[in-house]
Design a protein around this ligand. Structure first.
Ligand SMILES: [Zn+2]
Length: 627
């Protein structure tokens, strides 16, 4: 998952008083390290395969389905699944013989255990159920919110613990299974999963899928809508609404080159095809690494291919995360820190070191800001190895696992040399493919397979992983391109000197972002001149628009008094169209910072139904807590 976190959420929580909500930890057996976010007792009975048969009902916004689970050898007694607001209709042994079951008391964060009594010799259980219209993983998008307005759209977001809101499952990252599925959608729609996918619309709206490689439940994914497909390379392609598919294929033309670069670095791609679907703008994240089919936000369509690092990131997850998976969410940095590191290496291989160092420096700034902010309110959350017991694992999705993880791995590379580090990583992915990894085992591997005692202590591995804060030996990326931009920012701040057209013509989105971040707090008249020259208020590039809104709206004075009508219209349009949490949180926070609470709340009221639950939950805390 890419950058869904938001610095300002922590501030909002800190200002409004209450600490993040916690729940009592789930009961767990003492003899085995179970996942603190799952009811499953896998030492008694564990799943190995899913047959999922589903009917997608767009009118009632529910899924009627049967999940038939095959159990591992030796499963007996009872089998426990995670569920969240699922209406369980019946449970059988897979051959029509009923089995007794109970649904336990609901925990607000983790849902309810579904406990099924097994008879001797039971190899399967079949659970018929219906999802709730409020299922947190499911986003039912109205026709109006799609690009082509051909019909409604559905997509899922299962990570971290939302798969249980649409499939009864053993919902922990350490439990893998293969799956087959049949899905019925209204004729005319194309339905896709994190599996082998169709490339053409069927006549009757029925589709079948197969995922022969074992995956954890958080990688279960489904989307359905009026979609078209276009090939990009031999193994790569793009799904999008028909009017957008050519644009998307152009924007992501380098997918195949990225695959080649990734394989050269760390070994073969293990999943067959690699396709990408561009979802409606309400998608709460940048991207989600669903196997074989990355889910992506349309806000990375910059028109100049300058936001494709996100594709490199999601592709990198095909190794770090999807192939070698964090054992529980406390080990999340093993998924995301490795993926950011791998993303940078892919970007360097395809676009050059000068380019990837800009991205590295953005990551560095993000890291410094986050550590500074967290050290005041929640220092323990700056440790790489997290403690999320009794908490929503979403609380762990901050810059720490991503950017601190990246800098730790970069430090290792810089200390021992790229050649040794790459050889270790290549072997690491190969030796642990389709397995789970936890922090302690990784540290043991460092000791046996990579670092001398001297290297281990000069890096300060334990300090990096287990201590709060940021060690003094954090590497600092070096970007000449950003240094130049900083010069222009200074000239703008000191003399209201605008960067010339000939200069900005060569700027990528990253340089513009750097510039805008450096001129925060600039005089409103200077901002107006900049806008007159570069039409930032009207920017079609979501990254730039969002940063521009953040800069201007946080001014206590209106940017041009009274409220600039263009700015107001653009902000309102953006916030009602785009649901990506990374943008929403800073923009709404800027509105609050600029004393525009009423305006913020009136937009939110209109926009809220179109946001995914993941974004709604964060924004409710920010905006409703401000009352
Ligand atoms: Zn990620």
């Amino acid at each position: 998952m890419k950058r869904l976190f938001i610095l300002l959420l922590a501030t909002a929580l800190a200002c409004s008083g209450p600490a993040p909500k916690t729940q009592d930890p789930l009961p767990m057996s003492s003899e085995k390290k179970n996942d603190p976010h799952s009811f499953a007792q896998t030492e008694i009975a564990q799943v190995v395969h899913l047959d999922w048969d589903a009917l997608i009902d767009f009118e009632q916004k529910v899924i009627d389905a049967t999940a038939t689970w095959t159990l591992s050898e030796g499963s007996s007694g009872e089998v426990i699944f995670d569920t969240y607001d699922l209406d369980i209709i019946d449970v059988t042994d897979g051959n029509g013989k009923p089995r007794t079951y109970t649904v336990g008391e609901k925990n607000a964060l983790f849902g309810s255990p579904l406990i099924i009594q097994l008879a001797e010799g039971d190899k399967k259980v079949a659970i018929s159920y219906r999802t709730s219209p409020d299922a947190k993983a499911l986003q039912w998008t109205d026709t109006e919110q799609t690009a082509d307005k051909l019909g409604p759209f559905l997509y899922t977001q299962s990570q971290a613990i939302l798969a249980r809101t649409w499939v009864p499952c053993q919902d922990g990252p350490g439990i893998r299974f293969t799956y087959d599925a049949t899905v019925q959608v209204p004729p005319g729609m194309l339905a896709l999963m994190s599996a082998s996918n169709p490339s053409e619309v069927s006549n009757d709206g029925a589709y079948t899928y197969s995922m022969p490689q074992p995956i954890p439940s958080y990688l279960l994914a489904l989307s359905a809508g009026h979609l078209a497909f276009k090939e990009v390379g031999a193994r790569t392609g793009v799904y999008a609404e028909p009017s957008m598919v050519d644009t998307c294929a152009w924007e992501f033309a380098d997918m195949e080159a990225m695959m080649v670069a990734a394989e050269e670095l760390y070994g073969p791609y293990e999943w067959g095809r690699y396709d990408l679907i561009v979802l409606p703008p309400s998608f709460p994240f940048g991207g989600m690494e669903n196997p074989r089919l990355t889910f992506a936000t349309p806000t990375i369509l910059a028109g100049d291919r300058s936001l494709v690092a996100l594709v490199a990131h999601e592709l990198a997850h095909s190794w770090s995360g999807n192939l070698v998976t964090n054992s529980v969410w406390d080990d999340f940095w093993l998924n995301e820190g490795f993926t950011v590191y791998f993303e940078m290496r892919i970007m360097e291989a395809v676009y050059g070191r000068e380019y990837s160092e800009m991205l590295a420096l953005l990551s560095h700034t993000e890291l410094l800001n986050t550590v500074e902010e967290f050290m005041e309110s929640m220092p323990d959350d700056t440790r790489l190895k997290l403690d999320l017991k009794g908490r929503n694992p979403d609380d762990g999705v901050t810059a720490i696992p991503y950017d601190k993880g990246y800098h730790f791995l970069r430090l290792m590379e810089e200390t021992i040399g790229r050649e040794r580090f790459d050889a270790f990583l290549k072997n690491y992915f190969q030796a642990n493919r389709f397995k789970v990894m936890d922090t302690e085992r990784f540290v043991a591997l460092l000791k046996t397979d990579l670092l001398t005692e001297e290297e281990y202590s000069s890096i300060g591995v334990d300090n990096w992983i287990y201590a709060p804060g940021l060690p003094a030996n954090v590497p600092v990326p070096n970007s000449d391109r950003f240094e130049k931009v900083d010069g222009y920012a200074l000239a703008f701040l000191n003399e209201t000197k605008l960067p010339e057209n000939e200069v900005t013509e060569t700027w990528s989105t990253h340089e513009w972002l750097r510039f805008l971040r450096r001129i925060k707090g600039a005089d409103v008249n200077a901002l107006a001149q900049l806008d007159a020259a570069y039409s930032l208020t009207q920017s079609g590039n979501a990254e730039l628009a969002a940063q521009w809104f953040e800069n201007t709206l946080s001014e206590k004075e209106a940017y041009r008094a009274p409220y600039d009508m263009d700015l107001e219209a653009s902000v309102t349009d953006f916030l009602t169209r785009v649901g990506r949490r990374k943008f929403l949180m800073p923009i709404y926070s800027a509105l609050l910072e600029g004393d525009k609470l009423e305006w913020a709340q009136s937009i939110y009221e209109k926009a809220r139904p179109g946001y995914h639950a993941v974004s709604r939950e964060s924004l409710d805390e920010l905006l409703l807590a401000s009352d």
